[in-house]
Design a protein around this ligand. Structure first.
Ligand code: T46
Length: 135
């Protein structure tokens, strides 16, 4: 499994840092939605689902967390700890987010509006779908 991580260009000067993200340039799709997670409780695992169509870029803009990616055949754990790095998550990828530091803010750029019908929340259903497609 190839992990696609983006290193965004900070525009730093003596006053501090600034990262600007534009659709189709820094983010490889039209940005239809932005949301962020914060105050995640200690020990919590979020996510535990895949999406049929949605593509996303995750940026831990403060603190740190880990993302486990699972394509149905292999898994990879990706730490996110810098505000200038973004993790691309394609559709049909199971994801779990965990090990959030107490100050973590995880910002997500999404290619689609929120749609509960796009979620696959059953792991067995996910496995069946990706394995069937791979045949
Ligand atoms: C994902 C990971 C990285 C909305 O009303 N609008 C939204 O755009 C989102 C994302 C969520 N919600 C509501 C739905 C639930 O009542 O917020 C609540 C928590 O959402 P959820 O349990 O899906 O959150 P996570 O952290 O498990 O997953 C989220 C995204 O849903 C998901 O697409 O890939 O972050």
């Amino acid at each position: 499994m190839q992990v696609v991580k983006y290193m965004f260009q900070p525009h730093g000067d003596e006053r501090g840092q600034l990262v600007a993200l534009e659709e189709y340039k820094d983010i490889p799709f039209e940005i239809k939605r932005v949301y962020y997670l914060y105050d995640t409780m200690n020990g919590v695992v979020r996510g535990k689902h895949a999406h049929k169509k949605l593509e996303q870029i995750l940026v831990c803009i403060h603190g740190s967390c880990k993302i486990k990616l699972d394509n149905g055949f292999e898994t990879k754990v990706v730490p996110l700890e810098k505000p200038y790095e973004g993790l691309y998550i394609s559709s049909e990828m199971w994801r779990e987010m965990y090990d959030f530091s107490s100050d973590a803010v995880l910002m997500v750029f999404a290619s689609e509006l929120y749609d509960e019908n796009d979620y696959i929340r059953d792991y067995e259903e996910f496995l069946e779908m990706v394995r069937q497609k791979a045949q």
